[in-house]
Design a protein. Sequence first.
Length: 404
Amino acid sequence: MRRLLDSWNTFFIVVGVLFVVCTVPYVVLQIARCAWPPQDIAWTYVALALTPVALASFLRGAYPYWVKNRRTVESSELEGLFSEIDHYGASVSEDPERTKAKEQAENERSRLEKLDRPVFELDALPLRQALVDLYHPEAELIGKTRSELEYLDEYAYGAGQDSQEGTTARVTGIMAKLEEPSPKDATQEQDNKKRLELRERLRADLKSLRDTVAWYDKTWAIGEWMRTCVTYWVCATLLVTLLVGILPVVHGQGNWNLGFLHWIGLGIAGALLSILLRVHTIHLPELGETDGKLLLLKTVRSIAIGAIAAVLLYAAIWGEALDGRIFPNLPTGKIWSQAGLEIGKIRPAAGNAANPQVDWDLLKNIGLSVFWGVFAGLSPEVLRRLTRLAESSLGESENGGRDE
């Protein structure tokens, strides 16, 4: 099964790379208006549409490898864990409990050495927990616990949460009691019993801490690479959709008319921009725990909302439901077939075909169309305002505008 999955991942990578290598240069050459390949705006649209699909295919195939490398325990770290077995287990013959713990640690080492794949953090967790029972004397146990608390604090701080404060305070309190001098009025037997109880509590908490840190290691790696892949795809697709929206302006065969489809591209670009502005605030452990499903769902939802909002705004402006100097006159441009003139960009002055002049009204409409198309996808307020505009045009309902 693992080989089959690796084969599919490799297939996605190869297909993605091939399509990206083919489509991106073609689009660049078309926009640069090179002599080859011949100008063809229809195929340029196709190439632009395939670029996000190809990039998604590549990221889909590469993502498991990146996560695997991020989760792999380094060989030097494994060697350090193995050396702890020999170091702390050298004097266990006098303690049956520690002898049993050393045997368990040896078994875990054998299991890890027999793995035919990289060792992940959850694979090494049983060994880490078995080593807890070997730590002796108290100073070693306290030192290992402090190190684990530092790892936990780093993860909790990076995740922007303080849910581990209670655990940290409890464990710190136990360590403080162990470091206190023995009371003068307590007998040796009472003191030993109390310290033994505190050590056992600390060992149990250290095992729990290592379990939590291992969980953070896994979910952080998955969430981090999921966010990275989505960020790469959003950045590239944002540029592609923006280019789709203005292609009639920058392509040699364009007529400078930005219609419904171009506004859809601009609206999607705005939605992707909003995702890019929010993606850094995502809680990585939660993202990793859900395998990125929540982020992917939000991305798809934002794209759909952005596209619909842009189309509705275009229709409202075109139908003159919205009017004013701040809105463009739609359609944005007209086709002038004057010989020797670039379509839509310039037109002859009245009565003088030999002296063409820039059509500033056309350029203004293009600029306003790009602005409102992108802003419709960027701001959810545009859709809410259009909804209120449509509801107000129907008049007040019988219940005074309140929902039943």
